[in-house]
Design a protein around this ligand. Structure first.
Ligand code: PLP
Length: 245
């Protein structure tokens, strides 16, 4: 029985999920949006496989991880065909070969450099293993401009988006941001709004990409992100509890 979650954990995750789903529905309603257009990515980084299975059994199909090695180990151990893995952490280009094709979404393309590495990785997969990869990616933007944050600047995003047009193995589907840590979540509303406005601008300026996804909002602020147009929210602690690591 050592692989079972501790007694009570399943009930806690179930209650947490009910609460998160209700808050998503309420936020969508406030914004006049259909809650079904919002994807809940359960961020399972640092959490054991057992709790991922619990969440899967409660209907979650999207899981977010931020470390390549940890994510690939979990995938090797548990990968039902309808489960979608999301890479949400910073990518080192030397991991591109491992990452490319292993995730339904890569949210963290934060530079041209990373995008080119993914394209080269896909080309290599085609030539060496004859596997055709179309990797869906989001461009990570550092809206708040904090120097400690990953992401391209708002100003650079249009030029980078254009430079990605010839990359045949990448499918750019939108934008992602991580809001700064603040005491009052209302303070990050402007960050989410700025990402949406950038998306609207890119729709005009680089219409060849789809721009349908806005990945924004975490445990403390996903309700605000939804009011500002998030189509993907990435929620960890509100579902799985605090992380110890
Ligand atoms: C950890 C993480 C999350 C989830 O954060 P919570 O506060 O646990 O909801 C979302 N996005 C990214 C990029 C993360 O690294």
């Amino acid at each position: 029985m050592i692989n079972q979650p501790p007694i009570g954990q399943e009930a806690i995750i179930a209650a947490n999920l009910t609460r998160v789903r209700a808050r998503i529905a309420e936020a969508a309603q406030r914004a006049g949006r259909n809650p079904e257009t919002i994807t809940l990515v359960a961020v399972s980084k640092t959490k054991p496989l057992e709790v991922i299975k619990v969440a899967y059994n409660l209907g979650i199909r999207d899981f977010g991880e931020n470390r390549v090695q940890e994510a690939l180990e979990k995938q090797a151990a548990f990968s039902p065909s309808d489960l979608r893995w999301h890479m949400i952490g910073h990518l080192q280009t030397n991991k591109a070969q491992k990452v490319c094709g292993s995730f339904a979404y890569i949210h963290s393309v934060d530079s041209l450099h990373v995008a080119l590495a993914l394209q080269r990785a896909a080309e290599k997969k085609l030539h060496v293993d004859e596997t055709e990869v179309q990797q869906t990616v989001l461009l990570q933007v550092n809206i708040s401009g904090e120097t400690t944050k990953e992401g391209m600047t708002i100003e650079d995003a249009p030029a980078i988006a254009r430079q990605l047009l010839p990359l045949s193995h990448l499918k750019v589907q939108g934008l992602m941001t991580v809001a700064p840590l603040v005491d009052d979540p209302e303070q990050v509303r402007s960050v989410f709004r700025a990402l949406r406005q950038l998306r609207d601008k890119l729709r005009q300026e680089v219409p060849e990409h789809s721009w349908e996804q806005l990945s924004m909002g975490m445990t403390d602020d996903y309700h605000i992100a939804i009011e500002e147009g998030a189509t993907i929210v990435r929620v960890g602690r509100a579902i799985f509890g605090e992380r110890v690591k």
